[in-house]
Design a binder for this molecule. Structure first.
Ligand code: COA
Length: 178
């Protein structure tokens, strides 16, 4: 199977939203309750159009143009979350002193465990390094922690992100130095 990687564009938003929902609803089943998954889809996860504008969000497609994975990185402060999420901070990071953010990885369940998350991560790290960053940071899901720990990221903080209705979403801040 041939996978192609390209920068996301604004006309991808509807397909990205579908991919994100499917990925969360199926691949996070062992790690988050239904209420947590649905609450997070409503309030936290989603497309961050800033990354698309910045040219730092990528999609992976199979032959025929079907989108099977997405993920990106950012030179802005927001740690995680789509356009509707709380606590966004769009100011620029300083590559000398700040960690580039690794952002919003979602793989289609039919294409999980085939190395797409790892390949996207390598691409993001390479691009961030080319932009002068020496450290990377992310707000990882419990599902994502397994992949990132494999790739040298260390968990430094566990966050309980409010989802309303007394639910919270566990997000793990992970860092890597290069
Ligand atoms: C997290 C996610 C992006 C991983 O994508 P992926 O393409 O399946 O990851 P890879 O195939 O590159 O996995 C590489 C390695 O990470 C580890 N890993 C990844 N997913 C794992 C899982 N569910 N359980 C245990 N280890 C896992 C394994 O060591 C794996 O290597 P292996 O398959 O040879 O054992 C995907 O599960 C996903 O989209 N999850 C739902 C959305 C989400 O939570 N995204 C993370 C946001 S921070």
């Amino acid at each position: 199977m041939v996978f192609s990687f390209r920068e996301a564009v604004s006309s991808d938003v509807a397909d990205l939203a579908q991919l994100i929902e499917r990925s969360v609803r199926e691949l996070q089943v062992g790690d988050y309750s239904t209420a947590e998954r649905e609450g997070a889809l409503a309030r936290v996860y989603g497309v961050d159009s800033r990354l698309i504008e910045d040219g730092t969000y990528f999609v992976v497609e199979v032959e025929g143009g079907t989108m099977v994975a997405c993920g990106g990185w950012s030179k802005r402060r927001t740690l995680f979350g789509g356009d509707e999420a709380a606590g966004r901070e769009d100011t620029w990071l300083d590559p000398e002193t700040d960690a580039a953010k690794i952002r919003a990885f979602f793989v289609h369940p039919d294409w999980a465990r085939r190395g797409l998350g790892s390949s996207l991560l390598a691409l993001c790290e390479e691009r961030a390094r080319a932009a002068g960053f020496h450290r990377f940071e992310m707000g990882a899901t419990v599902t994502g922690e397994k992949l990132y720990a494999q790739r040298g990221y260390v968990a430094v903080e566990r966050l309980a992100v409010p989802l309303g209705d007394q639910e919270t979403l566990t997000v793990i801040r992970m860092v890597k130095e290069v």
